[in-house]
Design a protein around this ligand. Structure first.
Ligand code: ADP
Ligand code: MG
Ligand code: MG
Length: 432
């Protein structure tokens, strides 16, 4: 039976609901609704002027309605009288085609029609910086190889455990927290789940990490490359596919324990990789994490080429164990819903078309990548990635009207970037 939000509000002493949706650029937009009004909002949705957010709409469009999904309810751990709800967008009595959560639900249904369910876990790296955004907050966190630094991790005990305790109470099954490869960088891991649940949790995790960091006088950033020379914020996705409760990627007899379906899924991701980058590496800054020169710590940990491997972290796709694969492409700017939708679209294409991933590479891609001639490289900038997305039959077919909307808005962003006169240009060109 559907959850009745009015009843839940009384039972759990919820005074307000945040009816929230994620737009095409990953920004979360919300209305704060008193519990006394949630009955009507749950039926009809909260009204928004869609053009005011990144959705490719017109100011002349009728009202956009955000209809909350009661299954997504999360009481804010730092303010339990508020219940957060992920919403689906409707206009003119129909779901809005380009809305990211609607898009993911369509892809999940497409997989379900084949009896398949994708389960994923995401690794959302972030930095804790000063509120003005200028510097790493912990000035003592300055070592060359700071990964897993015990002292620096424990100096952030209060903020990390507040977030981890919250995940525990929410039933996400968190299992580890660490200091990552860049100064000031952290990662917190919780258990994988179905694509929609992981996308909602991913969206909420970003909101929660930012909110709790702010409470502690800090700022959390998921920006792909906030500091040149330091490792950037990745958002690796671990992926498995299930049928009737069984993981169809597992096959004891398969190479590295991975089934033929698993290899076809990999082939689908490789085939669409340049176009996927437009969605998984969605900002101008994303391309300073990909294709980056070696960082101070010794490695970027991000891919440059379109290749796959076994348990080796220098490639775009890693097979850590036969039960899953890890796509290391996405970064902290990836929209949680588009990330899952795009992975599913590309992976299903690999299976539907019986694609072949080619040979596995076991080399250190950072030092020996030049020794293999037939490996394609990832797009060098956002414009190249957008052009690859425009040309992708696979993603255009699967993601439909969302693609032209996304391309239109992202090309505007690229044009705004190129119209910007930089200090670098003046320094290198004044004396031309
Ligand atoms: P890494 O070794 O890449 O740093 P982490 O432990 O940080 O890995 O993250 C692994 C993620 O993969 C977690 O979210 C975990 O729940 C998830 N995961 C584990 N097994 C599976 C699986 N079979 N399918 C999908 N995700 C999985
Ligand atoms: Mg990890
Ligand atoms: Mg990883």
């Amino acid at each position: 039976m559907a959850i009745d939000l009015e009843v839940i509000a009384k039972e759990r002493a919820i005074k307000y609901f945040l009816i929230s949706y994620t737009d095409l650029f990953g920004a979360q937009r919300a209305k704060l609704v008193p519990a006394s009004a949630i009955g009507g909002m749950a039926r009809n949705g909260a009204g928004f002027a869609g053009f005011a957010t990144w959705l490719d709409m017109s100011p002349a469009d009728p009202d956009l309605f955000a209809i909350p999904d009661p299954d997504s309810l999360i009481q804010l751990p730092w303010k339990p009288e508020v219940g957060w709800l992920a919403a689906d967008l409707w206009m003119d009595g129909k779901p809005l085609e380009q809305a990211p959560r609607n898009l993911l639900k369509r892809m999940v249904e497409r997989a379900a029609a084949q009896g398949l369910e994708m389960k994923t876990g995401v690794e959302c790296e972030f930095f804790l910086i000063t509120p003005d955004g200028q510097a790493i907050a912990d000035t003592a966190d300055c070592h060359e190889k700071p990964c897993y630094d015990q002292l620096a991790l424990m100096r952030r005990y209060d903020v990390i455990t507040e977030i981890c305790n919250a995940m525990q109470d929410l039933g996400w099954q968190p299992y580890q927290n660490d200091h990552e490869d860049a100064n000031g960088q952290f990662e917190m891991n919780w258990n994988y789940d179905t694509a929609l649940v992981t996308a909602d949790r991913h969206a909420f995790f970003k909101y929660m990490a930012k909110s709790i960091a702010e409470k502690h006088g800090l700022r959390a950033t998921f920006m792909p490359k906030p500091f040149s020379g330091l490792t950037g914020n990745g958002c690796h996705a671990h992926i498995s596919l299930w049928r009737d409760g069984a993981n169809v990627f597992c096959d004891e007899k398969g190479e590295l324990g991975l089934s033929a379906m698993g290899y076809q899924f990999i082939a689908g991701l490789l085939h669409s990789a340049p176009a996927l980058a437009a969605l998984l590496n969605p900002t101008v800054n994303s391309y300073k994490r990909l294709n980056a020169p070696r960082t101070i710590s010794g490695a970027t940990w991000s891919p440059n080429s379109i290749s796959y491997t076994g348990n080796n972290r220098t490639h775009m796709i890693r097979i850590p164990e036969g039960d899953r694969l890890e796509l290391r492409l996405a970064d902290g700017a990836a929209n949680p819903y588009l990330l899952q939708a795009a992975i599913l679209a590309a992976g299903l294409d690999g299976m539907e078309n019986g694609r072949d991933p080619g040979r596995r590479l076991d080399i250190n891609m950072y030092t020996d990548g030049h020794s293999v001639k037939d490996v394609a490289t990832l797009p060098l900038n956002l414009l190249d990635a957008l052009r690859a997305l425009e040309a992708s039959d696979v993603l255009n077919e699967a993601l439909g009207a969302f693609i032209p909307s996304y391309l239109k808005l992202k090309k505007q962003e690229w044009n705004s970037f190129t119209a910007h006169l930089t200090t670098w240009e003046r320094t290198t060109t004044l004396d031309c």
